[in-house]
Design a protein around this ligand. Structure first.
Ligand code: X8Z
Ligand code: ZN
Length: 640
């Protein structure tokens, strides 16, 4: 639709809104309900155009497409502003609970609350940062043609996962930060100012943009809640960390790894060290047992991206959940284009708000990691499908963590060796305790390892929005958190010339991250509830597979259908019987591994935790030891 028609919709929204001629607020609830219906119908159209323009830009990054996207975004912002203004003409205090809830969602409109000039600047900065990130390439790989350059997906991701060459890994790690992080420092500083302005423009009660973002979780103090949850889980992380550090020490040697210090950040198989499953071969408790990683098998069998999506679709449909429409398969971008187009490769799922167009954009690689991401994205699409008939204001997850959890919950079943065998991706599986521990280790490297990273991304940003972290210490504070929570350290010097938080997609694209931390906790609550419904209450949680359980599928669908029409504790209660985030199911899932780690760390005499100052960026542990010896001898001489 052209701009003209969209303007007509906005005009209609303004002038068609019933109002009281005496200038008093409208108290007639029927009028209010009619208004909400109209806003939702029109929002479908305006949003469709904005999402479409976004899609076109994200799947073909050009100046022209960027311009079109910015235009559509400004039309949407005007629409949201008008809707907010018109909603404010009603006195909602006497309305039914559901009517009030819908009105309240119209009041908070994020960056759309900015003036049109500021909004354009805000969108332009984000689009620029995203573009820098998505088009970044790293050149000069040791031993390669200097003009050969590598993109994050798939090249650098694969190098980080597969290489065991310390220096090559470091080149990859540092190069990515030079190309994707460093250049966006000034843009980010400007973005923060505008984001805080947007928070205030929504409601003076918001202290800053972080405060505004946390508001959607509808709890008194989200930061306190997540820190409390993490305090419960930190001991598990430290046990795993100590064990992995010992294994890396055995592999890389004492000149590279300090058994009492943080782990070098580039050795963990992932660009951000957010999941360590790619180094399973180095840390497997019982090598020689049948593998639980199906990457090789997927490649041997000639799997395609499409086949991987079909596997996922089948799992959803077999639970009695919704199938994706034909257009999903025709319009999605599930392979990185090889026609020279630049695209945003970071995987995402798209709701076009017209009840029929749903897509995924993913540069699918033929690996187990990618197969899990396929399920993750399909989980988003399943949520879209289930709540598509809700009014637009309710088309979202009960909270953002719920949206992130759906696909992951199913993937917990799909990843079990038994299930992978059923679908022909594992030939042999071990049925002894040692194989079980190998499997739990591979899961822990994804799930437990993620927790501190999932936490610090927003701990850092919340403090930036609050002005507690400033451009003068952006990077230093980032590394303080990385070391404090993740127990990792950079192996090359970092300074305020660098901007490492922006070497992560979600910083440049302004995607909040605490949703993933929440998801990684609640997905185990959901998994446990679904396993009980599937009649697997007696099976250890980590071996439960809800495949084909209609009972589990139906209860999950009931929760998803709600969208955000009810407060999230209610949605959670309907499925799990609990109204709170609870770390216990996650701890139960990993209990056998935790017991084993206790024993193993004990045998090695390892102490948990790390001295943040040892193994620092520039000095090697061996050098520290020599220095300490020299100082000790000097001390004795002086003392004498
Ligand atoms: O960004 C994602 C998804 C899209 S919502 C691919 N995830 C986080 C990440 O990649 O950092 C999923 C897990 C965490
Ligand atoms: Zn997601």
């Amino acid at each position: 639709m052209e701009q003209g028609k969209l303007c007509l919709i906005i005009w209609c929204l303004v002038s068609c809104t019933p109002f009281d001629t005496r200038g008093q607020k409208i108290t007639d609830e029927n009028q209010a309900i009619q208004f909400l219906r109209e806003v939702s119908d029109q929002a479908e159209i305006v949003r469709y155009h904005s999402v479409m323009a976004n899609w076109i830009y994200n799947t073909n990054i050009t100046d022209y497409n960027e311009q079109k996207m910015l235009e559509a975004s400004s039309v949407l912002a005007e629409f949201d502003k008008e809707a907010r203004h018109n909603a404010s003409l009603f006195d909602i205090s006497g309305f039914d609970e559901d009517t009030i809830r819908q009105f309240e969602f119209l009041l908070y409109i994020g960056s759309a609350a900015l003036s049109s000039e500021d909004k354009l600047e805000y969108d332009t900065i984000i689009s620029k940062m995203k573009r820098t990130y998505s088009t970044a390439k790293v050149c000069g790989r040791p031993g390669h043609n200097p003009s050969e350059c590598f993109s994050l997906e798939p090249d650098l991701t694969r190098i980080l996962a597969d290489s065991r060459d310390y220096d090559e890994l470091l080149w990859c790690w540092e190069g990515w930060r030079d190309e994707a992080g460093k250049p966006t420092r000034d843009d980010y500083t400007q973005f923060v100012e505008l984001a805080n302005k947007a928070a205030k423009a929504n409601d003076e009660k918001f202290d800053d943009f972080g405060d505004y973002l946390r508001y959607s979780y509808d709890v008194d103090d989200l930061q306190a809640d997540v820190l409390r949850l993490y305090a419960q889980l930190e001991p598990l992380y430290k046990k795993l960390h100590a064990y992995v550090r010992r294994r890396l020490y055995q592999h890389y040697g004492d000149d590279k790894i300090d058994v009492k210090g943080p782990i070098p950040a580039h050795l963990l198989g992932n660009m951000w060290a957010q999941q360590w499953n790619n180094i399973l071969d180095l840390v497997e408790p019982f090598p020689g047992k049948p593998t639980v990683d199906v990457t090789d098998r997927l490649q041997e069998l000639g799997y395609t991206a499409e086949r991987m999506f079909e596997i996922s679709e089948d799992f959803f449909v077999d639970l009695g959940l919704a199938a994706t429409p034909e257009s999903f398969w025709n319009e999605s971008m599930i392979v990185k284009p090889d026609d020279g187009r630049e695209v945003v490769c970071h995987a995402s799922a798209w709701d076009f708000y017209n009840k029929e167009d749903f897509r995924i954009k993913q540069c699918t690689d033929i690996t187990m990691q990618s197969l899990i991401t396929v399920h993750h994205e399909m989980g988003h699409v399943q949520y879209f499908l289930q709540y598509k008939d809700q009014p637009v204001v309710y088309r979202g997850g009960a909270n953002h963590g719920f949206h992130e959890a759906v696909g992951d919950v199913l993937a917990l079943s799909v990843s079990t060796p038994e299930h992978l065998q059923t679908i022909g991706l594992l030939d042999v599986i071990g049925d002894d305790e040692e194989s079980d521990l190998n499997y739990l280790m591979s899961q822990a490297l994804k799930k437990i390892v993620f927790l501190p990273f999932g936490l610090i991304m927003d701990l850092w940003r919340w403090d930036v929005y609050a002005g507690k972290i400033t451009p003068q210490n952006y990077n230093a504070k980032w590394w303080e958190l990385r070391t404090k929570y993740q127990g990792i350290a950079p192996s090359v010097p970092r300074s305020e010339e660098d901007f490492d938080p922006a070497a992560k997609y979600h910083t440049n694209s302004n995607t909040p991250y605490i949703r993933y931390f929440v998801s990684y906790i609640i997905q185990f609550q959901f998994h446990k509830a679904l396993c009980e419904l599937a009649g697997q209450g007696d099976v250890p949680l980590h071996r439960c597979d809800i495949h084909q359980s209609q009972a589990a599928g139906a209860k999950l669908a009931d929760m998803l259908k709600l969208g955000k029409s009810k407060p999230w504790p209610e949605a959670m209660h309907a499925l799990t019987g609990s109204r709170q985030m609870d770390a216990q199911p996650l701890m139960d899932y990993f209990q056998p591994l935790i017991d084993w780690l206790d024993e193993e760390n004990g045998k090695n005499g390892d102490t948990l935790g790390w001295d943040p100052t040892s193994g620092s960026q520039t000095e090697h542990p061996k050098v520290n030891l020599i220095m300490a010896t020299v100082l000790f001898v000097l001390g004795i001489m002086i003392y004498r």
